[in-house]
Design a protein around this ligand. Structure first.
Ligand code: PGA
Length: 272
């Protein structure tokens, strides 16, 4: 399976002008690059999803297909689209919420769920996250489930306990076969938005903890279907340590996704 790089643009691109500039820079950064081994997902704010889909969707790198003369085909699958959150219900009187069905209909394939910033600022609980996870899958989206320990939890030796608990809670409503439709992102809270990065060993350890708990709940056959990626201060300098060496299947990139050139350089490293 391809590795994945997800750009979490968070609450940025404040105007249409900023968004258009970003899209132009991203198109330029990505053009003529060989990125066939990596799945690129961008998660802009909801209001920009439609424009991102139109601009960076499937047909930005047309090449002539030798078999179907005259028909253009994508050189690779193009940039895929994800959202930064969604609600657990499909439709109805839920003022201010966004349904997974709306996201699907706008062209999203992925949705970030359980991000530490939402746990912190919106008080999202494990149970709410598990409702969103199951609803997203049932409505055709792939959740990118974020889990990770805080600094004080790591310092008091609770990393394994916290990671395991978050996995168990968030996946409490899914069936084993659904694991292939899930990406689990290990994002230590102390690394997100800081410049503190875990060592390759710490990331590898977290990966093993996640694997172990998946095997315990779902059995080996299904456990290996879930993709496990890393998030937190990912940059060109750090991507090998964060992703490649510990055997992660991709990365979730925050700040560096706001600079298309840097983001695509990270994608190229993962692509190799
Ligand atoms: P960061 O954010 O790369 O800026 O640390 C990562 C994230 O929050 O997804």
């Amino acid at each position: 399976m391809k590795k994945i790089i997800v750009g979490n643009l968070k609450m940025n691109l404040l105007s249409i002008r900023e968004r258009e500039e970003y899209l132009a820079r991203m198109k330029k950064a990505i053009s003529k690059k060989n990125l066939q081994n990596v799945e690129i997902v961008l998660c802009p704010p909801f209001i920009h999803l439609e424009a991102f889909n139109k601009n960076l969707g499937k047909k930005i790198y047309p090449i002539k297909s030798p078999k179907n003369r005259g028909v253009t085909m994508s050189q690779f699958n193009g940039v895929k689209l994800g959202a930064q959150n969604c609600f657990s219900e499909k439709q109805g009187s839920f003022t201010g919420e966004i349904s997974p069905v709306m996201l699907k209909n706008l062209g999203c394939e992925y949705v970030i769920l359980g991000h530490s910033e939402r746990r912190r600022y919106q008080g999202e609980t494990g149970d709410e996250i598990s409702l969103k996870v199951i609803s997203s899958i049932k409505n055709g989206l792939i959740p990118i489930l974020c889990i990770g320990e805080k600094k004080e939890e790591r310092e008091s030796g609770k990393t394994a306990e916290i990671i395991s608990r978050q996995v168990i809670e968030s996946l409490s409503r899914i069936r084993p076969a659904m694991l292939e439709k899930i990406v689990i992102c290990y994002e230590p809270v102390w690394s997100v938005g800081s410049d503190n990065v875990p060592t390759g060993n710490q990331t590898m350890e977290a990966r093993l903890i996640i694997k172990k708990v998946l095997v315990e709940i779902f059995g080996k056959k299904f456990a290996q279907k879930a993709r496990i990626i890393y998030g937190g201060s990912v940059s060109v300098k750090f991507v090998n340590q964060a992703c490649v060496e510990p055997g992660m299947e991709g990365v979730l990139v925050g700040r560096e996704s706001l600079t298309p050139n840097e983001f695509i350089k990270i994608a190229e490293i993962i692509n190799q």
